[in-house]
Design a binder for this molecule. Structure first.
Ligand code: AMP
Length: 426
């Protein structure tokens, strides 16, 4: 019986791994320069966390969660997103409060039972940042700035920031009514999910993935016009900060994001090379989620970006991520005693920081020398019975094609190899 990775999941290997390392490295450096600290939460949580946090009417909760009962009869869900777990962890571990802003980032796999297609998977990876503890629109601006900076550091262009406000409990009912009266005339033409959402949670209609429905949303009046004064001020200050930081944006009244916890700011960063799944990063403000999940009243804002889509966008734009692992030395051994000596020597050299290889099989000198060239090794170290007897090793600079005899001690060999490495780097 041959097995395949489950539908919607994939293996990451070979050249692609260099992209993941690069994104991880660049994002870590960026987040640390903004004083974000890492938080690692479990991959599964109690199901209720996501139902209360994300909202029962969202696609994520109503259709896409990997939920199961564990052997103790508890309902468990593989996390479909990172914000609700971060808030749960912040409340549980008292990471917030005392008027300070807590800055966190996380990364890891997320799980959603979606219809797989290019750029959309059932297991995918997100990296996200969360700023917990302030209502200031300056933080919304910082989050958007960090997102745009990250992608520009990775060399991506063709990105646009889409921005909207979904209001707060005071003005949300007005936004809802405005949307309902706009949709009403075409309600019969919308899919059955949208018809259910019309009464239960009309904003979710705008997330509908059905192309047939999307065409009825064209010309939707802007929600930012009917915001309460507080949300309007927040939005205007945010725009001022973004303009001061030279961040271009488009106000997009259709943007509501597929999670119920958002208040005020929502945004998405889209790439023009990603086709249908063009959202590379999404986020917004969530001022009520802490309370909803049993905490005190803490305002927060954050985003998550998709690792897979970032890799695809980089590859589409021809951005290279290469990791060179050319060995500093290839150890060629002839005979069993030499192989034992070579094995120990290589470990010593690796401890000292050199990269090396050793032929595992018993092969001829010629065959091993060919492998050394093929591996692009800087030097070959040859160790046979004669050398062992004389207490030496032959070190050959494979670029200059010069060879020397070196006393068979770890330190002497290390010095000689380091010299070749240094010369090669100059
Ligand atoms: P969301 O949590 O839905 O706001 O998504 C944030 C980001 O995660 C998106 O902009 C995508 O880059 C990525 N993402 C979300 N869902 C998927 C998926 N099913 N497959 C791949 N990436 C995804």
């Amino acid at each position: 019986m041959k097995y395949k990775a489950p539908r919607g999941t994939r293996d990451i290997y070979g050249d692609e791994v260099a992209y993941w390392h690069l994104i991880e490295k660049v994002s870590l450096e960026l987040f640390q320069s903004y004083q974000y600290e890492e938080l690692r939460t479990p991959i599964f949580e109690q199901t209720g966390l996501f139902c209360s946090g994300i909202g029962d009417q969202t696609d994520i909760v109503s259709k896409e969660m990997y939920t199961f009962e564990d052997k103790g009869g508890r309902s468990i869900t593989l996390r479909p997103e990172g914000t609700a777990p971060v808030v749960r962890a912040a409340i549980e571990n008292r990471l917030v409060g005392n008027g300070k802003v807590t800055k966190l980032f996380y990364r890891g796999p997320m799980f959603r039972y979606e219809r797989p297609q290019a750029g959309r998977y059932r297991q995918f990876h997100q990296t996200g940042v969360e700023l917990l503890g302030s209502i200031s629109p300056l933080l919304d601006a910082e989050i958007i700035l960090v997102g745009t900076k990250l992608f520009s550091k990775l060399g991506l262009d063709g990105l646009t920031v889409h921005l909207n406000s979904v209001g707060c409990p005071v003005c949300r009912p007005v936004i809802r009514e405005q949307l309902k009266s706009f949709i009403q005339a075409n309600l019969d033409n919308l899919c059955s999910d949208c018809q259910t959402r019309f009464d239960k949670n009309p904003l979710r209609i705008l997330d509908c993935k059905n192309d047939k429905c999307q065409k009825y949303f064209l010309g939707l009046p802007s929600s930012t016009k009917v915001l309460c004064q507080d949300c309007k001020d927040h939005f205007n200050f945010l725009i001022e900060y973004l303009e001061a930081a030279n961040i271009e944006y488009t106000i997009d009244s259709k943007l509501v994001r597929g999670l119920d916890y958002y208040t005020k700011t929502v945004f998405e960063i889209r790439s023009n090379v990603l086709g249908a799944q063009n959202a590379i990063c999404g986020g917004g403000r969530y001022d009520n989620l802490f309370k909803q999940l049993g905490g005190s009243s803490i305002s927060a804002v954050g985003f998550a970006f998709g690792m897979e889509r970032t890799v695809i966008a980089m590859q589409e734009q021809g951005i290279k991520a290469e990791e060179e692992h050319t060995p500093d030395v290839y150890i060629v051994t002839l005979g069993h005693p030499a192989k034992i000596r070579g094995f120990v020597l290589l470990d010593f050299l690796r401890e000292k920081g050199l990269e090396g290889k050793l032929s595992e099989e018993d092969r001829s000198l010629n065959a091993q020398m060919k492998s050394a060239s093929k591996a692009n090794a800087k030097a070959a170290l040859i160790l046979g019975e004669d050398e062992l007897e004389k207490g030496v090793a032959i070190i050959k600079d494979l670029k200059k094609r010069e060879q020397v005899e070196v006393e068979l001690t770890g330190d002497k060999i290390y010095e000689s190899l380091l010299e070749i490495k240094r010369k090669g780097a100059n």
